[in-house]
Design a protein around this ligand. Structure first.
Ligand code: NAD
Ligand code: MG
Length: 380
């Protein structure tokens, strides 16, 4: 029986994780759940999964929940508690499904304890990949990717030698604006940008998919997870999202992992690796799918993808600046303060204006995140 602490249980990945856990009551037990503020969903989750504790980072929401379910489990509140439970409580696997930079601190604590981290929160690796991967090695921790592309690559690499990898091929659906002209981006609305053709996800990653920053963040994530130079990481557009990613080896052979666009499978794999468990999830019907297409990404229309490649090539704090600027810009777009096309402009400005530090320690990463947020918040 493995005990799981789920950070971000009210989100798209959090809910899908509980959909997996529900199927294997004799394999998994939920030790704790955390949310930012959605206490209505959390209350239902507590009643069904019976965790020992929950954390609600919004303190007034935590009080409200406490008054309702005080007898069912311990209710903790605030961001500090999020880090504390990760550092002190009893669990075997941390499922990191918080969105954004906020996922970094609790993940670091789990790594220091040598835990398995099933990591959806790609921003952790984007902002502090070098520090995180070093800590993982030092503490004998494990990161199992939940991101479908990285899960695919992980699965393709089982039994293989990393030295024999010629390149990683990350597939990208291209998002809702795959076939739109650049001029369309001026007036693209929030609803249009949130309308992903293949996946139902949280708002931030949905906008990242529309700008293709999501794929850029995934290139950086892959670089740190698999320890390969960015020159060996390619992106290919694959609108059907059936081939989740591929690995090409030095003999020219390509291995791919296929499946329906459903996060339950990569989540289950991250929880059960190296085992595979029988499940009743819907199977991929290839004749029904019929056609799989692949083509080159357009770096001219999808400037965020180019900015991400630039940032990881520069290294140091550049990916941290990229991520913080993107988080603020996406938030501004969702709140109708800037146009869709201005997201990449703000990120580009932040990368130009903020000084890069090579080989940053964790304090420098936190400082860089903070000053980038301040700068981008102050820009139009
Ligand atoms: P979401 O917005 O649906 O859920 C985010 C969760 O984190 C919620 O439970 C929310 O309460 C919590 N949260 C948000 N901000 C917080 C903060 N500041 N402090 C504490 N908790 C906070 O997001 P999602 O789509 O589930 O994505 C979560 C992460 O997984 C992201 O990093 C995303 O890039 C990654 N991911 C998601 C998918 C997907 O299919 N949704 C696929 C691959 C990777
Ligand atoms: Mg992905």
């Amino acid at each position: 029986m493995k005990k799981i602490l789920i950070l971000g249980s009210s989100g798209s990945i959090g809910v899908n994780t509980l959909n997996v856990v529900r199927k294997f009551p004799d394999k998994f037990k939920v030790s704790g759940l955390t949310v930012a503020s959605n206490i209505n969903l959390l209350e239902q989750q507590v009643k069904e999964f019976n965790p020992e504790f929950v954390v609600v980072t919004d303190k007034s929401k935590a009080r409200e929940l406490k008054s309702k379910i005080d007898n069912l489990c311990e209710v903790l509140s605030g961001c500090d508690e999020l880090v504390k439970v990760s550092k002190q409580r009893d669990y075997d696997i941390l499922l990191g499904a918080i969105v954004g930079f906020a996922g970094l601190s609790p993940t670091l604590e789990a790594i220091k304890r040598g835990k398995r981290i099933a990591l959806a929160n790609k921003e952790t690796l984007v902002v502090a990949g070098e520090i995180v991967t070093k800590l993982v090695l030092e503490n004998n921790a494990e990161i199992l990717p939940v991101d479908s592309e990285h899960s695919a690559i992980y699965q393709c690499l089982v039994g293989e030698n990393l030295n024999e990898v010629e390149k990683l091929i990350l597939t990208a659906s291209g998002g809702p604006f795959l076939n739109k002209e650049k001029s369309f981006f001026e007036n693209a609305t929030v609803d249009e940008a949130l309308n992903h053709p293949n996946w139902k996800m949280g708002n931030k990653i949905s906008i990242d998919s529309a700008t293709m920053m999501n794929k850029g963040l995934e290139v950086i994530e892959a670089h740190w997870l698999f320890g390969l130079p960015v020159e060996k990481i390619n992106v290919v557009i694959h609108p059907q999202s059936i081939v989740h990613s591929m690995v090409q080896f030095v003999d020219g052979s390509i291995k791919a992992q296929l499946g329906l666009p459903d996060m339950k499978l990569p989540i289950q794999y991250a929880l059960t690796f190296p085992e595979r468990l029988q499940n009743d999830f819907k199977r991929t019907d290839l004749p029904m799918i019929n056609t799989l297409n692949f083509f080159e990404p357009d770096f001219d229309r999808f400037e965020c993808l180019k900015l991400a490649f630039d940032a990881i090539k520069i290294g140091g704090t550049a990916p941290c600046i990229l991520n913080a600027a993107n988080e603020v810009a996406v938030d501004k777009f969702i709140n109708r303060k800037i146009k869709f096309s201005e997201i990449s402009e703000l990120i580009s400005k932040a990368l130009d204006k903020i000084e890069n530090h090579s080989d940053p320690d964790i304090e420098t990463i936190f400082e860089c995140d903070k000053i980038t947020r301040e700068l981008v918040s102050s820009l139009k």
